[in-house]
Design a protein around this ligand. Structure first.
Ligand SMILES: Nc1ncnc2c1ncn2[C@@H]1O[C@H](COP(=O)(O)OP(=O)(O)OP(=O)(O)O)[C@@H](O)[C@H]1O
Length: 332
């Protein structure tokens, strides 16, 4: 479905002597099979959108090659564009037209009859909870409604390969959940291939068969979410005691069975592989020594831990998470 070799994109910024070259994408290889949902993760400025723009023929690669749906992005850009759906970060609606007209015109641009475009558009409005908004102008919609309208535009011609650039940014939790369901159904019901960029680690984890992590224009990891997480050195085990006097002994014991031991007052944490097997024995041992536990927490590795292990930085520090995302305000 998508094959790329050595994709590079450089931009020149500044003027005169201040000119600087930015290597936004620095030699990306990709192989995405039919029916896969692939999540493209990376911090701000890592090169996600630039890669997507090259694959969707909106930007000519500085070097490298790619085929999308069997068409060459350099020599068959029209065929590439006709065969894919693309939902950009910026959106694709004009604020002055009626939403339904935009959707049906868009479908007709892809060769659909007006009747088919209207029927499919109305079905998508229904699926994406936009019912009642067919005759409304996008400028009078909330941010979340506009985002869902962008997605209808990207799906109107029923593409089997869909590129989604941060599809749920700005959506409230309910709208996000609804869109997740829709993305999952694109694959299960239509056998579509989906390539999506996202800042949300939980979204990538929940939706993707495979995750690609890009950092500084290079792919630093490509695997299933589970395989990626198994590269992190174990679960995070945190034990808190009523009496801090036990902490040094516990820290030593955790150091023997795990790594990354951190002492914080009366609490001690460490990464422990196979914690479900190891921790019960440790607890029995501690109890025998009279160490009374106040609380215990075991957290499975997340994709953020994967990124931290790979790059030494946290994705979470650099990107907005669902907790901090602004829900869209509905317009009455
Ligand atoms: N038209 C441009 N001119 C100059 N630099 C650009 C241009 N477009 C992107 N860049 C730079 O290329 C790098 C990659 O940008 P890109 O938008 O691909 O990142 P991203 O991973 O999609 O980021 P985000 O998550 O913030 O959308 C960044 O350093 C960005 O500033």
């Amino acid at each position: 479905m998508i094959h790329a070799r050595g994709l590079v994109q450089t931009f020149t910024t500044g003027r005169g002597k201040q000119t600087k070259e930015v290597r936004a994408v620095d030699g990306v290889d990709l192989d995405i099979a039919e029916g896969e949902v692939v999540g493209f993760l990376g911090p701000n400025g890592a090169g996600k959108t630039t890669t997507l723009r090259m694959l969707t023929t909106l930007l000519r690669p500085t070097s490298g090659t790619a085929t999308v749906n069997g068409y060459d992005v350099l020599t068959q850009s029209v065929q590439v564009r006709r065969s894919i759906g693309y939902v950009s970060q910026a959106g694709s609606t004009f604020s002055q037209a009626l939403a339904g007209d935009e959707v049906s015109d868009h479908g007709q641009l892809y060769g659909m009859s007006r009747r088919d475009a209207v029927a499919r558009g109305k079905q998508l409005f229904d699926d994406l909870q936009l019912d009642g908004l067919w005759d409304r102008m996008p400028k009078n919609m909330s941010g979340g409604q506009k985002r869902r309208l962008d997605i209808v535009m990207g799906l109107i011609h029923d593409p089997t390969l869909v590129f989604l650039d941060e599809p749920t940014t700005g959506l409230d939790p309910q709208a996000r959940a609804n869109l997740w369901e829709h993305i999952a159904r694109l694959r299960t019901e239509r056998g579509a291939t989906v390539f999506l960029t996202t800042h949300y680690l939980d979204e990538a984890d929940a939706l993707s068969d495979r995750i690609l992590i890009i950092d500084n224009g290079r792919i630093v990891a490509a695997d299933t979410p589970d395989n990626l997480k198994s590269q992190v050195s174990g679960d995070l085990v945190r034990l808190e005691f009523a009496d801090a006097a036990h902490v040094p002994n516990v820290a030593t014991a955790l150091g023997d069975i795990g790594s990354d031991v951190v002492v914080d007052g009366a609490a001690v944490s460490a990464r422990v592989r196979g914690s479900a097997r190891i921790v019960p024995g440790l607890l029995r041992d501690l109890e025998a020594r009279g160490a009374t536990l106040d609380s215990i927490e075991i957290v499975k590795p997340t994709l953020d831990d994967v990124f931290l292990t790979l790059t030494g930085r946290s994705l979470r520090d650099e990107t907005s998470t669902p907790d901090t995302a602004q829900p869209d305000k509905e317009i009455a």
